[in-house]
Design a binder for this molecule. Structure first.
Ligand code: NDP
Length: 370
């Protein structure tokens, strides 16, 4: 339990610190953000101190301009001292899942970042909103679209902002791809092929348990390919046809192993996508346009993604996707602006994911609900 697959970590992450250093050294892709209150750093509480929180988010908080780690929530007592010592967190700012709601009176916390197994996202987002805190929730936003709607409603009722941890929305090459697609620099997109997968390790981990993960490769990494298509096109899929295969029915008894799915968009564009928990090397999108192509491979790694178009290679300074994601959310809070990765975005992905699972089960083409 509670282990990040080494395979997954190795596959997605290369050298985060090198990437951060490179991004900082070169000034980053974005122009320096202007904030309503330049000196204000928002306090973040991390909930669930697993692989992502430890290796990406906490280091990202150290380099972020407008966020700082002020509290932790963990169910593992041994982690408390380690994190407190490393990040200078006082005893009064350490919570477990039972004492979580007391965070309401912790003035050092402005934002709660949910980094728990997927099935826990909805409960802790709603509890965080009720505690009067803004919420950043990891992807997938929840296990069901119904849960996403409850999360959005809870944050609205508490007048708190809710965003989903879609780090690729802050990745310079993704932003460039979207810009080129939207400006039709190579003509309109005619078709997209996209996929993301990896060979998952430890067979006992929560990612392979339906109750905790909600689903398998699709919920975990296929969602990146799905979102790339939606964002390149700025459209929502209307019809989906999907098929699953399991080559290891024991390991993947509870969740999907490999899926391919076909999405039809209102403009008529077809996107054919795939995901898997059973092999490495699938990490790309390829948008075929009227006059050429826009391609990323690898596309969804923490660092060292590569982009090429029919006009040539595109290279941009790298930056820490997590630090940028958190800074951009802080900016939305400080300036009271909507987040581009608000809960509604997470809901749209879950609506498409539900259609994919329904199509697999019914062996029919399914209309995506809205
Ligand atoms: P881990 O398994 O590494 O960590 C999850 C943590 O959640 C655990 O360490 C534990 O922390 C806590 N937890 C509480 N209850 C349970 C339980 N029943 N079983 C397992 N863990 C539990 O997962 P990750 O950090 O890799 O993933 C966490 C979330 O982040 C997921 O939603 C995942 O999809 C997302 N993610 C996003 C990525 C991105 O690139 N945006 C990349 C990787 C993950 P504690 O001991 O402190 O209680």
């Amino acid at each position: 339990m509670k282990q990040l697959s080494t395979n997954r970590r190795d596959f997605i992450s290369t050298t985060v610190s090198a990437g951060v250093a490179a991004g900082l050294a070169q000034g980053g892709f974005f122009s320096a953000p202007t904030y309503a209150n330049e000196n204000k750093k928002l306090g973040f509480a991390l909930v669930g101190l697993g692989g992502l929180a430890t290796n990406q988010i906490a280091p990202g908080l150290l380099t972020s301009a407008h966020c700082k780690l002020t509290a932790i929530v963990t169910g593992t007592p041994e982690k408390e001292k380690k994190w407190a010592d490393k990040y200078g967190i006082g005893r009064d700012h350490i919570y477990n899942y039972e004492s979580f709601d007391k965070i309401a009176s912790d003035d050092s916390v402005d934002v709660i970042y949910i980094v728990l197994p997927n099935s826990m996202h909805a409960e802790y987002t709603i509890r965080a909103a009720k505690a009067g805190k803004h919420v950043l929730c990891e992807k997938p936003m929840a296990n069901t679209a119904a849960d996403c709607r409850d999360m959005i409603a809870a944050c609205k009722a508490a007048d708190r902002k809710l965003a989903v941890g879609y780090r690729c929305q802050y990745e310079p090459l993704h932003l460039k791809s979207m810009e080129m697609a939207h400006n039709k620099e190579l003509g309109a997109i005619k078709m997209i092929e996209a996929g993301f997968g990896f060979k998952i390790g430890d067979p006992t981990q929560w990612r392979l348990k339906k109750k905790l993960a909600g689903g398998g490769a699709l919920m975990d990494v296929g969602i990146y390919a799905l979102q790339a298509c939606r964002c390149l096109l700025r459209e929502e899929p209307t019809m989906i046809t999907a098929q699953e295969t399991k080559t290891d029915a024991v390991k993947f008894a509870e969740v999907d192993e490999s899926i391919t799915w076909l999405m039809k968009f209102p403009s008529g564009v077809l996107a054919y996508c795939s995901t898997s928990y059973n092999f490495n090397g699938l990490n790309r999108f390829n948008a075929f346009t009227e006059n050429g192509f826009i391609r990323m491979d690898p596309a969804y790694s923490y660092t060292n993604n590569r982009m090429e178009t029919s006009k040539g290679k595109v290279e941009l300074p790298q930056q820490d996707q997590f630090a940028t994601e958190m800074d951009e959310f802080a900016k939305c809070i400080l300036e009271n602006k909507p987040s581009k990765v608000a809960g509604e975005e997470g809901l749209k992905d879950l609506l498409a994911i539900e259609a994919i699972y329904k199509s697999m089960e019914t062996r029919t083409t399914v209309t995506v609900q809205s």
